[in-house]
Design a binder for this molecule. Structure first.
Ligand SMILES: [Cu+2]
Length: 359
C-alpha cells in the first residue's frame, strides 16, 4: 500500500520534472505551459493514475489559458465557481425578544459525483450540493443557528471554528447524549452559538477518518463581519482545495474553488482601482502547505481577519490547512493578471487562474 503510494508520488514528480525541462525554452508564462508537455511524459508511465488521465486529456492547444482541453459540465455539477466566488449566504434572520438577531441556515450533507477537471469525476460528499459549501456570512455578536441534516450514507458533523460550547463543536464523542456529536445518516442536529470573534473562519466535518471526511468535500467558509463593518469592496471567496482521485492519500488535482483551471478559462473580472477583498482559506488535505501569489501586484494581508490592521504587505502568502486570511488590493492597470499557488506543482495541476482588470 505504502509502496504503491510512494511509486505514484514518484511518478508524479518524474512527470513534473520532465515537463519542466521540456517547457524550459518557452518564453513567457512557462508556469502554465509545461502542462502541455505532459502527454509525452505520460507515455513512459506504466500505471496511469487519474492525474495522468487528467493531464493527458488536454491537447497541444495553442493558447496558454485553456488549462485542460474540454470543459467541465457545470450544470451537471450543480454549481459554478464563477458564481461561488461572489456568493455570500446571509441565511434568514429574525429579531429575538431580547433585541438580538438570530441568523439561521440549513445545511444538508449529500453524496454526489462531481467533475473536477474535464472528464475527471470524483465521488464527493458535499454540504448543500456544492464544494466549497455555502459561504455563511453574519455579523459579530449575532446568535447563529445552523440546522444540519445528514442525507449522506455516512455519518458526519459540522465543526465550526469559533468560540462556543463543547456540545456545539461537531466532534464525535462530545454530546451524543444531547443529540450532538456524530450525526448519523437520516439524523439532524442544530448547532447554536454566538458569532465571535469577527474574522474569516470556516467549517468542516469532523468524523474519523478526518482526512477523508474533509478531502471528500465537506467544508466551507464562515465570515463574521466586525460590528463596524469593513470598507466597501468587490468581495471574493477563494477556497484552496484539492482532490485525491485515485485514493492514494495524495492529491492529483488542485484548485481554488474546486474546478481545476476554472478561472483560467473564465477569469475573475474586476474594475481598475476598485478595492478587491479576498476571503482566502486553505482546506487542502494531504499536503502540508498551500500558498497564494498574485502577479504584478501586492496586497495587504489580515491573518484570520481578526484584526483591522494588516499584518503584511506582500505578493505571496503561505497557509497550512485550516489557516485563512483576508487579502485587500487594487489593480492599477487593466489587463490579465495571473494568480496561483506558489507551490508551483499545485499550479501546474490546476491551482491557477486570472483576474481580468477592466475600466
Ligand atoms: Cu463527514
Amino acid at each position: 500500500m505504502r509502496r504503491a503510494k510512494t511509486q505514484q508520488r514518484l511518478s508524479r514528480r518524474q512527470l513534473l520534472g520532465g515537463a519542466a525541462a521540456a517547457g524550459a525554452s518557452l518564453p513567457v508564462l512557462s508556469e502554465v505551459l509545461p502542462r502541455r508537455q505532459l502527454p509525452g511524459a505520460i507515455a513512459q508511465q506504466p500505471t496511469p493514475t487519474a492525474h495522468d488521465v487528467a493531464a493527458g486529456a488536454h491537447g497541444s492547444g495553442s493558447a496558454m489559458h485553456d488549462g485542460f482541453a474540454g470543459t467541465v459540465d457545470l450544470g451537471a455539477n450543480g454549481f459554478d465557481p464563477s458564481e461561488i466566488v461572489r456568493d455570500f449566504d446571509y441565511g434568514k434572520t429574525r429579531r429575538l425578544a431580547s433585541g438580538r438577531t438570530l441568523r439561521e441556515w440549513d445545511l444538508v450533507a449529500i453524496d454526489q459525483e462531481i467533475e473536477i477537471a474535464p472528464g475527471v469525476m470524483f465521488p464527493a460528499w458535499t454540504y448543500n450540493g456544492r464544494i466549497p459549501g455555502p459561504t455563511l456570512r453574519c455579523r459579530e455578536g449575532e446568535l447563529l443557528r445552523i440546522n444540519f441534516a445528514n442525507s449522506s450514507a455516512h455519518p458526519h458533523t459540522v465543526h465550526f471554528h469559533g468560540i462556543h460550547r463543547a456540545l456545539m463543536d461537531g466532534v464525535p464523542g462530545l454530546g451524543e447524549g444531547s443529540g450532538g456529536g456524530v450525526v448519523g445518516p437520516g439524523e439532524r442536529f442544530s448547532y447554536e452559538f454566538e458569532a465571535e470573534p469577527f474574522g474569516l473562519h470556516h467549517y468542516h466535518c469532523h468524523v474519523m477518518p478526518l482526512a477523508e471526511h474533509i478531502a471528500k468535500g465537506l467544508y466551507g467558509e464562515l465570515i463574521i463581519d466586525p460590528r463596524q463593518g469593513r470598507a466597501e469592496a468587490d468581495e471574493l471567496v477563494m477556497v484552496m482545495n484539492g482532490f485525491d482521485t485515485n485514493f492514494d492519500l495524495a492529491n492529483e488535482i488542485y484548485a481554488v474553488n474546486t474546478i481545476a483551471f476554472h478561472y483560467v478559462d473564465r477569469p475573475i473580472r474586476v474594475k481598475r482601482d476598485q478595492l478587491v477583498r479576498i476571503y482566502l482559506l486553505n482546506i487542502l488535505e494531504y499536503d502540508q502547505i498551500n500558498s497564494f501569489h498574485i502577479h504584478a501586484n501586492f496586497f495587504d494581508y489580515f491573518p484570520t481577519g481578526t484584526r483591522l490592521e494588516p499584518a503584511e504587505f506582500t505578493d505571496t502568502i503561505v497557509q497550512g490547512q485550516g489557516q485563512r486570511g483576508i487579502l485587500e488590493l487594487r489593480f492599477p492597470y487593466t489587463g490579465k493578471f495571473m494568480f496561483h499557488a506558489h507551490k508551483t506543482e499545485f499550479a501546474e495541476l490546476g491551482w491557477l487562474g486570472f483576474f481580468e482588470v477592466v475600466d
